[in-house]
Ligand binder design. Structure first.
Ligand code: GDP
Ligand code: MG
Ligand code: ZN
Length: 343
């Protein structure tokens, strides 16, 4: 598609219109908040943000007689930006509307760069990242390792999930098994399932129960199919949510939290499924390779790049087989990809 360049004047006009629109929305919001605060509000109670819509959020009551009910809530002006998964203190108004009065501390944050390249949280309190791959499209160890670094960096436990189990044949089995073995050796949990045929899906559900999970992975590996199979309601509920952000020209990557029937939650959005390695430093990448943990700081040179330096603890471990060649390749390729960016 041909890219049409907007001239400065057109750009300025668009920015002006968007600015005015945002100002009008903010004014409407503060009027609504004033009306609500002037009326009768219920007692303070805890709630869970299950979706957010620009200036408002949807909160599920977590205690008392309202527990489980969902309220559209306004935010008091002094609050930080809330994301799906946030625990909050809120007060119910009338007719299913409420006011958020405080945000409770987050245990984890999943961040992504926004359109300006600034890192922004997109979901909080996630404690399991399910990294999905499949026989087709052919998996890249490098990409899996990037997700692992991202998970380690966020302090969130990863689960490796090979989907399309039904597509394993004599041709691709050796390479796939070798790949899985790399991660089993590192101690990462690995599951094999087929979203289409249902193999292993109960086992997967057992792993998800009691956790707040996200599914990530390359396009085409079957994330939508997995989510739809686990939570048939998602497909029907996600669509209408992709609303206009009011800020720019792109649709928001609104994340929504869904409950599994037996406990545990899934936070899902197209943006989260494509969640990748945000802005990380060389040190973050090193820390993201768990088998390096005992080796870092043991190289002869303090600023060792683990490239060809004498007395490098990582190179020695590679030689001894304590570090796997494939992981070392990934590490180098990730570091090389950082070099061009600012880190
Ligand atoms: N054979 C097979 N195909 C699958 C399976 N799961 C998903 N697919 C197919 O893989 C393609 C991509 O799936 P989709 O869920 O859209 O992947 P996403 O891009 O990761 O969300 C679709 O054609 C699915 O029908 C599976 O378990 N087995
Ligand atoms: Mg999809
Ligand atoms: Zn070294």
């Amino acid at each position: 598609m041909a890219k049409r360049q907007l001239n400065r004047r057109q750009n300025w006009r668009i920015e002006k219109i968007q600015g005015e629109r945002a100002a009008r929305a903010a004014k409407r919001e503060s009027q609504a908040l004033e009306t609500l605060e002037g009326g009768d509000l219920g007692p303070e109670q805890t709630g869970l943000v299950i979706a957010h819509f620009g200036v408002q959020v949807e909160v599920e009551a977590q205690e008392g007689e309202l527990s489980g009910q969902v309220f559209r809530c306004h935010l008091r002006a002094n609050l930080p930006a809330l994301v799906t998964g946030d625990k909050v203190v809120w007060r119910a108004g009338n007719q299913g509307i409420g006011v958020i009065v405080a945000q409770l501390p987050r245990t984890t944050e999943l961040c992504r760069p926004d359109s300006r390249g600034q890192l922004k949280p997109v979901a909080s309190n996630v404690d399991l990242i399910v990294i999905v791959f499949a026989p087709m499209p052919e998996p890249h160890a490098n990409l899996i390792d990037r997700y692992l670094v991202a998970a380690e960096h966020a302090g969130i436990r990863p689960l490796l999930l090979l989907n399309k189990f039904d597509l394993i044949d004599d041709q691709n089995a050796p390479a796939l098994n070798a790949l899985l073995e790399v991660y089993r050796t590192l101690g990462y949990p690995v599951l094999e399932v087929s979203a289409h045929h249902g193999n292993g899906m109960q086992n997967l559900q057992d792993q998800l129960d009691g956790h707040i999970s996200v599914f990530v992975g390359q396009s085409g590996v079957g994330k939508s199919s997995l989510v739809n199979s686990l939570l048939p309601e998602v497909g029907t509920r996600v669509g209408p949510l992709s609303e206009y952000s009011g800020q720019g020209t792109h649709t928001t990557t609104t994340a929504r939290l869904f409950h599994f029937p037996r406990g545990g939650d899934l936070i899902d959005s197209p943006g989260i499924r494509e969640f990748g390695l945000g802005h990380v430093s060389r040190a973050d990448v090193e820390a993201g390779f768990i088998e390096f943990n005992d080796l870092l700081g043991r190289c002869r040179f303090r600023d060792c790049k683990h490239d060809r330096e004498p007395g490098c603890a990582l190179l020695q471990a590679l030689e001894d087989g304590r570090v796997q060649q494939q992981r070392m390749n990934s590490y180098r390729s990730i570091i090389a990809s950082l070099a061009g960016s600012s880190y």
